[in-house]
Design a protein around this ligand. Structure first.
Ligand SMILES: *Cc1c(COP(=O)(O)O)cnc(C)c1O
Length: 386
């Protein structure tokens, strides 16, 4: 069982210490209702500047689903990058804050007719696809738009695989690119997703090898592609070291320019890596008990109102603000609802907190609030930028 420990002197603390100090400062200066999620502006800025920075011709699109909070979107808008969306809800928020259609793409391979109509009338004209039916829909609801095919690529070693639901193999990909062209669309490129929280850099290599084969086959058929959309997947630090952003940038840039022409446009769609490790939940211990030989800790944030990804295997780091550290114990950590599904983690090493004490949950900015529901009457925590 994997252990997570954040103590003031612990090795994880050094990674998070600046952020924890900022969060503590906010918590003690503001008497706001708990639980809530804090998102550090400086961290978001740092990540926006870092991701793709060494990749030539890269254009960054923030995957809005990671956290669609309007203040975060405004911050990202002002940093000058673009957005990747999937639905009319995401489009509406961007419209409301004045993001123009030239800064929006949609890489959801199966889009609703309602969304396509709305996006197209706003002027959005870059879309992904992976089926004949989607080509028909695009040519009807977004005629003449620029389209890129979603390729299936290996997702091994990604903690949140995204390969099962979407994508086609090489033969179909070529056929569909040609079909889209016949249907009056502009077939411009290829996309893939190496899997979210991708800690295996070889996934990018395998994906780019496969994209290169398709690129050349398309050229043989007279289709000159220009866009390579490498999706998201950049990992963040939860409880373990991950490949750092800069080395991924350098590696991916090299792979791209060994294979593709130098005037290619590279789209990158990070979600998790932009907001994930900028976020800290501030929760409260609402109960504890010993059941059998397990120590249970109950928090006011759980699977349903924020930590949904814990059931898919994402493990968080926890921090309790103590002056002196006490002996460590192993804890099973659960959320507040009455559903037995609502268990966030097991075997977490922490010194024993008191009921009423605050717990900081680190790297919790992505795929938390955006998944949250009010199941069982527990409200969705608010997001504050710090
Ligand atoms: C979710 C998603 C992303 C973001 O992925 P991360 O792993 O969070 O960076 C990018 N592109 C598409 C098409 C997605 O569905």
């Amino acid at each position: 069982m994997q252990k997570t420990l954040v103590d003031i002197k612990g090795h994880l603390a050094s990674h998070f210490s600046a952020l924890i100090d900022k969060a503590k400062d906010f918590v003690y200066k503001n008497d706001l209702e708990l639980p809530y999620l804090l998102v550090d502006r400086d961290k978001v800025k740092e990540k926006v500047c870092e991701i793709g920075s060494n990749i030539r011709n890269a254009i960054l699109f923030y995957a809005v689903k990671a956290h669609p909070d309007v203040e975060i979107l405004k911050l990202i808008r002002d940093l000058g990058i673009s957005f990747e969306i999937a639905s009319e809800g995401e489009l509406k928020i961007l419209q409301a804050i004045g993001v123009g259609p030239d800064r929006i793409i949609s890489s959801n391979p199966v889009k609703s007719m309602k969304f396509l109509t709305m996006a197209s009338s706003y002027g959005v004209n870059f879309f992904s696809f992976d089926s004949d039916e989607e080509v028909k829909k695009l040519s009807r609801y977004a005629p003449g738009s620029y389209v890129y095919i979603r390729l299936i690529v290996p997702n091994e070693g990604s903690e949140w695989p995204l390969s099962k639901k979407f994508g086609v193999e090489l033969g179909d990909a070529l056929r569909l690119l040609l079909y889209a062209k016949d249907m009056g669309l502009n077939s411009v490129g290829i996309t893939f997703h190496v899997g979210s929280q991708c800690t295996n850099v070889l996934n990018w290599e395998k994906a780019l090898d496969k994209a290169k084969v398709l690129w050349d086959h398309a050229a043989e058929k007279g289709l000159r592609l220009s866009v390579l959309n490498i999706g998201g997947g950049y990992p963040i630090y939860y409880t373990r070291q991950v490949p750092d952003i800069n080395s991924i940038n350098v590696f991916v840039d090299k792979l791209i320019y060994e294979r593709f022409p130098s005037d290619i446009k590279v789209f990158i769609e990070p979600g998790r890596a932009i907001v994930g490790d900028a976020g800290i939940f501030v929760a409260t211990v609402i109960g504890k008990t010993r059941r059998g030989d397990e120590n249970w800790l109950y928090l006011d944030v759980g699977v349903f109102n924020g930590l949904m990804e814990s059931i898919g295997g994402i493990r968080y780091s926890y921090f309790i603000d103590r002056q002196q550290s006490q002996p460590l114990q192993q804890w099973t950590i659960a959320g507040p609802s009455c559903d037995s599904f609502d268990v966030i983690d097991r075997g977490v090493e922490l010194s024993e907190p008191d009921v009423g004490e605050k717990v900081f949950i680190l790297s919790s900015g992505a795929y938390t609030i955006s998944y949250a529901s009010e199941f069982n009457g527990f409200s969705i925590p608010r997001t504050y930028l710090i």
